[in-house]
Write a protein that binds this ligand. Structure first.
Ligand code: IMP
Ligand code: MG
Length: 179
């Protein structure tokens, strides 16, 4: 069955997987001998997370945070709310936060502060996408899949009003889908 194309293609599945394999390889080297806990931010990071985890060749623990940042609108104020917390104690462990996209940086900043308070041995960020042009707070991204321009992106976990998360590629939301 043919899948309808949504949006303007930005990054295809082949390039995505190639980049994820590279990130996985780098993370595997950087975390040798560490006690890695891979923390995925749901819902957006689910697709990237699943592929990244399988591209990492060293032992790791999987865990997730469910967060919302004030609705799924393209604009607007953010109040990062934790809907569901981690299931493990991260004290003394090496935590790598896996996020779909860093835009203003507010989501990641707020979560980093909260996780840091639990005294992990280390706390780093891996983001599939970095949209640096809209940054409001300073955050250091340790691993980035792709830098992208200031466009609204859907697919591979990313939504517009909770749609399009299952697209196997990244696309720029075009006018047609804009209401
Ligand atoms: P930040 O707090 O502004 O960095 O926003 C990060 C969150 O906003 C991401 O985890 C996404 O859920 C959402 N977001 C930001 N930009 C996009 C986009 O282009 N497409 C879909 N969701 C986005
Ligand atoms: Mg997100």
């Amino acid at each position: 069955m043919e899948q309808r194309m949504f949006g303007k293609p930005l990054i295809n599945p082949v390039d995505l997987q190639r980049r994820i394999r590279k990130l996985g390889h780098q993370i595997s080297q950087d975390y040798v001998g560490k006690d890695l806990v891979l923390v995925g931010l749901l819902k957006g990071a689910f697709a990237f997370y699943a592929d990244l985890a399988r591209a990492i060749s060293i032992p790791l623990a999987v865990d997730f945070l469910v967060v919302t940042s004030g609705g799924s609108s393209t604009e607007g104020k953010k109040r990062v709310k934790m809907i569901s917390d981690l299931t493990v104690d991260i004290a003394g462990r090496d935590v790598l936060l896996v996020e779909d996209i860093v835009d203003s940086g507010l989501t990641v900043k707020s979560l980093m502060n909260r996780l840091q308070a639990r005294k992990p041995a280390s706390l780093k960020i891996c983001a599939m996408l970095d949209k640096p042009s809209r940054r409001k707070v300073d955050v250091k991204l340790d691993y980035v899949g792709f830098m992208i321009p200031n466009k609204y992106v859907i697919g591979f976990g990313l939504d517009y009003k909770n749609n399009y998360r299952n697209l196997p590629y990244l696309a720029v939301l075009d006018q047609l889908q804009n209401e």
